[in-house]
Write a protein that binds this ligand. Structure first.
Ligand code: ATP
Length: 499
């Protein structure tokens, strides 16, 4: 029954009841049948609610249910795109694959960190193969009650077939994000009956995909925890194609920045290559957000174009969060300035040109920070490079000690990083202990870590003590300006060295 008709019947019924009560009729006799009716309505509505609440995304409505995203809108990820495109051939050229007797590919699993473009890839796959696209998330399936998830899986496959038939498309792509929620190893979950039934139903539905069907279905799963998945999901004939979607490298980041900058007016001073170099570890989603934040800053300042300074500010905002309104006392502010300049001086000495910015404007938990950038992404570190990185970490605390006579709690995070780098050295066999096994006793590990860090502190103390004048003048500048970029910092450093 249509909603308006239901409303009319209910409203009319209620009005009659009120009239009857007002005219003094005894209504107790009606109580039992009325409560039965109400219970029935609740059950019917409840079932409807269960199913209607689960509504996989129908992108663009039924008529245009093929998403508009294309592979050219996905930056970087060249290997992942190539592997996915290869896997899609069977949908693209179904008559040839049928002729060769190739069994249809039923599932492709995209594995990678959040925001790297897995959903985009699935949509682009649907666009490329002119398939209808349905998206659902693993957490939508799993409920408290056994059987609900399984019926939702059935419903999803049915809906995919119906949508494709209505849109007159030969294929459908079902995208299941967070597939680890419903596809975790069986028997591992607390309410495992429901989880297991849901997973079993997914396996059954995937097994039921046949070549030669009117609507060919491809399931694309996405996860960042492939290790959690039940082996049955990964066996041939199910998700037998695994495509790794990694964080983008520098060229990938530049590509993504260019894609998202295409609809934004950039000022002549913008160098996206520089921004790509400064954003190691950013995902595609971070980079999209960065450009958006930069555009918001330009709008807020009433400018028509986005400048390099807007982009740099956005890098920091995405990395460290919004500026905080916390006011530091004079001595604290000075301590933060010297601490950061200590990091920057050593950072520049060990890797010339690496300091991208220094600031004492606090954001979230950081009272101040320096940002270092590298021209190329690095995946391997030598012993010297790890020792230098430890020097940069401890330089802030050592600088505080030289200027103020003692350290503060502000260095806790730096020490944590230095310890983690030192441990990395130990387990890579780069410490004086040589090769060690992973069950090295804690006391020995601790002693080795402390020794490595203390030696670097000694060296840093020697360097910084001989440069106190430079440090003082740069810190004074930083206290006045609050922020300086790498070039300004290098100018000051060189000017002081020359004088
Ligand atoms: P999650 O694992 O959190 O679901 P995901 O890997 O599915 O994330 P997407 O939803 O595809 O990530 O990406 C989110 C947004 O980030 C996209 O809408 C897009 O704006 C941007 N983005 C991510 N990766 C890329 C990329 N490779 N190229 C262009 N834009 C990207």
């Amino acid at each position: 029954m249509k909603a308006w008709a239901k409303g009319l019947v209910l409203g009319g019924g209620l009005a009659l009841l009120v009239l009857a009560v007002l005219s003094g009729l005894d209504m107790t006799i009606l109580l039992f049948p009325l409560s039965l009716l109400a219970l029935g309505a609740l059950l019917i509505h409840g079932r409807g609610g269960l199913t209607s609440r689960f509504a996989p995304a129908r992108l663009g409505g039924e008529e245009s249910s093929v998403p508009a995203v294309t592979f050219s809108q996905i930056g970087g990820q060249e290997t992942a795109k190539r592997e996915l495109l290869e896997a899609l051939t069977f949908l693209k050229e179904s008559s040839r694959t049928k002729q060769l007797g190739i069994r249809p590919l039923k599932g492709v699993l995209l594995v990678g960190p959040p925001g790297t473009g897995k959903t985009l890839m699935a949509k682009a796959a649907a666009n490329y193969t002119a398939s209808v696209f349905l998206a659902a998330s693993g957490s939508q399936f799993v409920q408290m009650y056994a059987g609900v998830g399984a019926s939702r899986v059935r419903q999803l496959f049915k809906q995919a077939r119906t949508m494709a038939e209505r849109a007159n498309k030969p294929s459908a792509i079902i995208f299941i994000d967070e597939i680890d929620v419903l596809g975790a190893k069986r028997g591992k979950n607390v309410s495992h009956l429901e989880y297991d039934q849901t997973l079993n139903e997914l396996l059954t539905q995937m097994d039921g995909i046949e070549s030669g069907e009117d609507v060919q279905i491809l399931v694309v799963g996405a996860t960042n925890r492939a290790d959690l998945l039940d082996p049955a999901l990964l066996r041939p004939g199910r998700f037998d194609r695994i495509v790794q979607v990694e964080l983008p490298d520098k060229a990938g980041r530049l590509h993504i920045l260019n894609i998202h900058a295409a609809n934004k007016p950039l000022a002549a001073d913008v160098c996206l290559e520089q921004i790509a170099a400064e954003t190691h570890g950013f995902s595609g989603a971070h980079l999209e957000n960065l450009l958006n934040e930069a555009a918001i800053t330009a709008l807020r300042d009433g400018r028509q174009e986005i400048t390099q300074a807007d982009l740099r500010e956005a890098v920091e905002k995405v990395m460290l969060g919004e500026k905080s309104s916390r006011l530091l006392q004079k001595e604290e502010r000075e301590r933060v300035a010297y601490h950061e300049v200590g990091h920057a001086v050593i950072g520049e000495l060990v890797r010339p040109g690496s300091v991208a910015s220094i600031t004492i404007v606090s954001r979230n938990r950081a009272l101040g920070y320096i940002r270092q950038a590298s021209q190329d992404d690095q995946y391997l570190y030598t012993k010297d490079q790890l020792l230098q990185a430890i020097q940069v970490c401890v330089a802030g605390a050592v600088m505080e000690e030289i200027i103020f006579g003692q350290r503060s709690t502000g260095a806790a995070n730096d020490i944590e990083q230095a310890v983690s780098l030192a441990k990395r050295m130990v387990f890579a066999g780069l410490s004086p202990l040589g090769i060690v096994s992973s069950d090295l006793p804690a006391a020995e590990l601790n002693a080795a870590v402390v020794q490595i860090i203390q030696e670097q502190e000694k060296q840093v103390r020697k360097i910084l003590s001989s440069r106190v004048d430079e440090v003082r003048s740069i810190a004074a500048h930083l206290l006045r300006e609050e922020t300086m970029n790498g070039d300004e910092f290098r100018l000051l450093l060189e000017a002081k060295q020359a004088s």
